[in-house]
Design a protein around this ligand. Structure first.
Ligand SMILES: NC(=O)c1ccc[n+]([C@@H]2O[C@H](COP(=O)([O-])OP(=O)(O)OC[C@H]3O[C@@H](n4cnc5c(N)ncnc54)[C@H](O)[C@@H]3O)[C@@H](O)[C@H]2O)c1
Ligand SMILES: OC[C@H](O)C(O)[C@@H](O)CO
Ligand SMILES: [Zn+2]
Ligand SMILES: [Zn+2]
Length: 377
């Protein structure tokens, strides 16, 4: 049997005679299959790669919108790949079907789709796939996680069953934002959030802000959101006017921060959606949680952290974690199409594919104040 890794062997593109890295300022060929690749020297380039034909069960998508995720910036800045390797970015994408491979009946040219970037093995021998928790599949091909190239490209070949139909009233930009929404919905589902729960959201980056929208749609009240940056809290207020904000002062201890949050919320919270991955923020969340509550950690951070063990124990506080998502895209699309979650304001900066390298510099520079940077084609 052909393995996932063989089907999506990243060398296929790198070894292809039509693959080349464009020099700075060089004009790409008209309609070229542009993409953004970075290397272990932290260089980032526009590349031209071949436009491949979809194989059996695959679909060729013209990618019309891709958001830049923090992890795309992280892989560019921190490598994680072999020295001579170059890798392509992007996993928040939506587009239009332009060609279908043999045996594909569910899609036709012109269909509008969101691309689910993680393609699990779906083998009966894989416990995670068989039991529906496919985000744990050890053989997943997650486009944009090295060594697999990303979906930030003009023509992307994708397995037909990992595309999700976008209704007419959902734009490509919103379709691309269904990826971070899927992350958040997976967290909200597993956190057990109930109508009327007081909730704390730590961090007002894209994940925290999408959590805010989703927690509001799910009926959380009150909602407190924290950040170190006032402009992000101001942005949160424009998204959900009723949200209560707490500007975190790094000089204060987690216990002191939690006391401020408790005052803002009028009580300790039932649930924390932690969206920073920083130790201090997680500790703050723990101290802000009531007896029997839950700290649900979506943020990712360093390998080892200290948590206040006895406080967790004596207060029966559950700690839980989210790794990507499974079975969330259909729900994400429904919530956006139905008007329960409005993702549109999150896109603050837009770039053409030809100018995608500038998009990365914008996303990576906090002084420019972007929330979500997207590349449109
Ligand atoms: N679990 C998953 O599958 C998954 C998927 C996507 C993203 N993530 C992670 O979620 C986290 C958030 O992603 P993002 O794109 O919103 O990142 P981001 O960096 O844009 O946002 C994080 C926000 O947290 C704020 N912050 C930092 N330290 C803080 C503190 N001590 N207290 C309060 N706020 C603080 C920052 O100012 C920033 O606004 C990241 O760790 C990311 O890697 C996890
Ligand atoms: O949105 C999905 C996340 O960015 C990925 O899991 C990332 O953390 C790298 O694999
Ligand atoms: Zn991501
Ligand atoms: Zn599997």
């Amino acid at each position: 049997m052909t393995s996932q890794a063989e089907v999506y062997d990243p060398r296929k593109i790198l070894d292809h005679p039509d693959f080349r890295i464009l020099k700075e300022g060089e004009k790409p060929d008209a309609n070229a299959n542009l993409a953004v690749f970075y290397n272990a020297n932290k260089e980032i380039h526009l590349v031209q790669k071949p436009r491949l034909n979809p194989g059996p069960g695959q679909v060729l998508v013209h990618v019309r919108a891709t958001g830049i995720c923090g992890s795309d910036v992280h892989f560019w800045k921190h490598g994680c790949i072999g020295e001579s390797m170059v890798c392509g970015s992007g996993h928040e994408s939506a587009g239009e079907v332009v060609e279908v491979g043999e045996g594909v009946n569910e899609w036709k040219v012109g269909d509008r789709v969101a691309i689910e970037a993680g393609v699990p093995c779906l083998q009966a021998s894989c416990d995670h796939c068989r039991t529906g928790r496919y985000n744990g599949c050890p053989d997943v091909v997650f486009f944009s996680t090295p060594p697999f190239h990303g979906t930030l490209t003009r023509w992307h070949v994708h397995p037909a069953q990992w595309l999700h139909r976008l209704p007419e009233n959902v734009s490509f930009e919103e379709g691309a934002l269904c990826e971070p929404l899927a992350v958040v919905l997976a967290g909200i589902e597993r956190s057990g959030l109930r109508l009327g729960d007081p909730v704390l959201i730590c961090g007002a980056g894209p994940i925290g802000l999408v959590s805010l929208l989703a927690a509001r749609a799910a009926g959380a009240e009150p909602i407190v959101i924290t950040d170190l940056v006032q402009s992000r809290l101001d942005f949160a207020k424009t998204l959900v006017p009723g949200v209560r904000t707490v500007l975190i002062d790094p000089k204060k201890s987690p216990k002191e921060q939690a006391a401020i949050i408790r005052e803002k919320a009028g009580q300790l919270v039932d649930l924390v959606l932690e969206c920073t991955g920083f130790e201090g923020s997680i500790q703050t969340g723990i101290y802000a949680t009531k007896f029997g509550g839950k700290v649900f950690i979506i943020g990712v951070g360093k390998n080892e952290m200290n948590f206040p063990f006895m406080h967790l124990s004596a207060n029966e506080i559950d700690l839980a974690f989210q790794y990507r998502y499974c079975n969330q895209y259909p729900k994400a699309v429904r919530l956006v199409a139905g008007g329960l979650i409005n993702l549109k304001p999150l896109v603050t900066h837009r770039f053409s594919l030809e100018d995608a390298v500038s998009a990365f510099h914008t996303a990576a520079d906090p002084r420019l104040g972007s929330i979500k940077v997207q590349i449109l084609d």
